[in-house]
Write a protein that binds this ligand. Structure first.
Ligand SMILES: Nc1ncnc2c1ncn2[C@@H]1O[C@H](COP(=O)(O)OP(=O)(O)OP(=O)(O)O)[C@@H](O)[C@H]1O
Length: 312
């Protein structure tokens, strides 16, 4: 997978022109509106306020197929990712997990040769619908990547707020202060950085940078958070902190995580989907369901072999 740029998840938006059920290469891009300047609020900053809860949303993929040029990498994948639940996507390298995840918030289209078919519904509304603004989909469905990608020279404070500008969300000074504190608190980073908010984001450790990226995603109050192997570049301690953060966040946000770590899938997820692309065929879901059941008594022999480390 291509390495993400710092604002990959938010800046690049595309026209909503895909005909239903038809694969279409998308190349054009739109520009996001600039955030207008706002007056200062007269209300005092309330550092004890909690980040307001987004409405919990169910994400549903229906018959998703995907291509890079002529190469089909997913074939009619359907999966419901219920509100307030952590869903893990597992499977061997190259079976299309990351592609599927990127389709869930319209990032797949950023690859010039990419095309797709199928529907992605958030609470029943297709994020690819021509009536829906792409920026709304990006606000509702945040993304955290494998490699932490803060803006390295930008301050920790400004990193958290980067998404507001990019999505044209207004916030006065007090609101910004409040968002920075509450998002960093939610991401489990506040105590470590509260005395150096003006220091550059690039000066944090890898685990801290990843939590900064989680805080940045939370600032636009997403209903869904997609995480592509968020701990694979981190040490066990940072991994544990991120997992605790995920479990905490799951009360407010629907989370979908791609992971190669079977223990992690069992520790954090309620439901699990096993992807496989056998012998040159496009990736598809072999089996999905309750994580505990998938690991203890999978229905399909290939799932049994995979979760027991016999391949992949
Ligand atoms: N930008 C791209 N251009 C062309 N082909 C791509 C691109 N990105 C991925 N692919 C191909 O799509 C298929 C699925 O890749 P994807 O990254 O989705 O798999 P994955 O299951 O997430 O793998 P991994 O676990 O190694 O990250 C692979 O065959 C891969 O080579």
């Amino acid at each position: 997978m291509t390495d993400p740029k710092p604002n990959d998840d938010l800046t690049q938006v595309l026209p909503l022109t895909r005909p239903r059920g038809k694969a279409l290469a998308v190349t054009d891009r739109l520009r996001l509106p600039k955030a207008p300047k706002t007056a200062r609020s007269t209300e005092p900053a309330t550092s004890t306020m909690v980040l307001e809860r987004p409405t919990l949303a169910t994400l549903e993929a229906r018959n998703i197929s995907a291509w890079f040029g002529d190469h089909q990498v997913l074939d009619r994948v359907s999966l419901e990712m219920p509100a307030g639940v952590i869903t893990s996507l597992i499977g061997p390298s190259g079976c299309g997990k990351s592609t599927f995840l990127r389709i869930l918030n319209r990032m797949h289209e950023l690859v010039p040769s990419a095309s797709l078919a199928g529907e992605v519904l958030i609470d029943g509304v297709d994020i690819y619908d021509v009536e829906r603004k792409l920026v709304d989909a990006r606000k509702s469905i945040g993304m955290v990547f494998q490699k932490p990608n803060p803006f390295p020279a930008m301050s920790i404070y400004d990193n958290v707020l980067a998404g507001l500008k990019l999505t044209g969300t207004r916030a006065d000074r007090d609101r910004r202060d409040y968002l920075v504190e509450s998002c960093l608190t939610k991401a489990g980073l506040w105590k470590e950085v509260k005395d150096r908010l003006r220091a550059p984001g690039g000066g944090l450790s890898g685990g801290q940078q990843q939590r900064l990226c989680i805080a940045r995603s939370l600032a636009v109050t997403p209903q869904v958070l997609l995480m592509d192997e968020p701990c694979s570049a981190l040490d066990p301690t940072s991994t544990r902190v991120i997992e605790e953060t995920m479990l905490e966040l799951a009360q407010d946000v629907t989370i979908v995580i791609v992971t190669h770590n079977m223990q992690q899938a069992q520790r954090v997820s309620t439901q699990c989907a096993f992807f496989l692309a056998s012998q040159g065929t496009p990736g598809a879901i072999v089996e999905h369901g309750d994580t505990e059941a998938m690991f203890s008594e999978p229905v399909d022999e290939r799932t049994f072999d995979y979760v027991n480390g016999r391949f992949g």
